[in-house]
Design a protein around this ligand. Structure first.
Ligand SMILES: [Ca+2]
Ligand SMILES: [Ca+2]
Length: 324
């Protein structure tokens, strides 16, 4: 084989390896584990449910409406606070992904939320109608409880709604092999969403992404499908003397879930930060990087993202990592 042919062969091999790891081949055969499958149908009462805002809500087991059986949970909010509703606690096996869902109907705008280890996870704000609608969100539980909240989502409102069939279902971990991921680099500017792309010949790839608080500095970056824990390294820069955070989230399939919050040093220089390790099933196929901090007008930048199963990469190795 000629020199060029060898190079081409290697390139094709790398492209195939990349595709298999990042495009989900042989991945996620997700199903339900019956041992972690909770269904609260309110047929035996409403024990374990509490009012969210403490004092304003009236809760009752109701036969006026039912998605299953004869009963549902009826909630009447007082309209005194912007967030009112109900909350319960469900025991689960930790370090696993769950789908949380509940059926709702009535009057008002509500959403399903849970508190994860990196902050609140929000489902979609939903206008209730006289038909049952399913509210849902996905989350990775690091601890042995999930705390579903079903609360009003449109300022103060006197809402009357019915809830039934709250389910917490474990999503089986994807059937993945333990593949090592050599350092692979993604340029933030290639995963454009609402940040600005700044051309800079000294930046990796000749540009970086820049944005203010709550901007997405890289959107839907591909994530490898491997059973080996993965680290995400970020090359970031902050224009401030106050610490900000960079948040890694995914907004799919249900709800926006915060996966990690990294404190960015107020250094006004490029710094490599490391997030992880992330377990199989914790991050799905893609993730997004956004900025957060106490001041809205402060600029933050992300130049590159390196993904690897190696946990001790040096700045030099990170800078030298190759794009796919
Ligand atoms: Ca029921
Ligand atoms: Ca770059």
């Amino acid at each position: 084989m000629s020199k060029n042919g060898g190079k081409m062969g290697k390139r094709i091999y790398l492209a195939v390896a990349f595709f298999m790891l990042f495009a989900g081949m042989g991945s996620p055969a997700r199903g339900e584990d019956k041992n972690d499958n909770v269904n609260i149908d309110f047929e035996d009462g409403i024990a374990g449910w509490k009012d969210y805002s403490v004092g304003g809500e009236v809760m009752s087991q109701s036969s006026e409406e039912a998605h299953s059986g004869k009963y549902s949970l009826k909630v009447e909010t007082a309209g005194a606070n912007s967030l009112e509703g109900v909350v319960t606690t469900v025991g689960v096996s930790p370090m696993a992904r769950y789908l949380v869902s509940v059926y709702a109907k009535g009057q008002g705008k509500i959403y399903l939320c849970t508190l994860g280890s990196n902050g609140w996870i929000y489902g979609k704000k939903t206008d209730l109608t006289s038909e049952w609608q399913e509210l849902k969100l996905g989350m990775f539980a690091r601890i042995n409880v999930i705390v579903p909240n079903i609360i009003t989502a449109a300022g103060t409102q006197k809402a009357i709604f019915y809830l039934d069939d709250l389910k917490v279902v474990k999503v089986s971990p994807p059937a993945l092999s333990k593949a090592e991921v050599e350092p692979i680099k993604f340029e933030a500017e290639n995963y454009y969403w609402n940040a600005k792309t700044v051309t800079d010949s000294s930046a990796s790839g000749g540009a970086y992404a820049e944005g203010f608080r709550w901007y997405e500095l890289a959107h839907d970056v591909p994530y490898p499908q491997t059973a080996t824990p993965v680290y995400i390294y970020l090359k970031v820069w902050l224009e401030d003397n106050v610490q900000h955070t960079i948040t890694i989230t995914h907004g799919k399939p249900e709800g926006i879930e915060s996966l990690a919050r990294l404190k960015v040093p107020a250094a006004k220089e490029w710094k490599w930060l490391k997030a992880g390790p992330f377990q199989a099933g914790e991050i799905l196929e893609k993730f997004t990087i956004s900025t957060d901090g106490p001041k809205a007008e402060i600029k933050a930048r992300v130049d590159s993202i390196v993904i690897s199963t190696k946990d001790n990469l040096t700045d030099k190795e990170l800078d030298a990592a190759k794009c796919p």
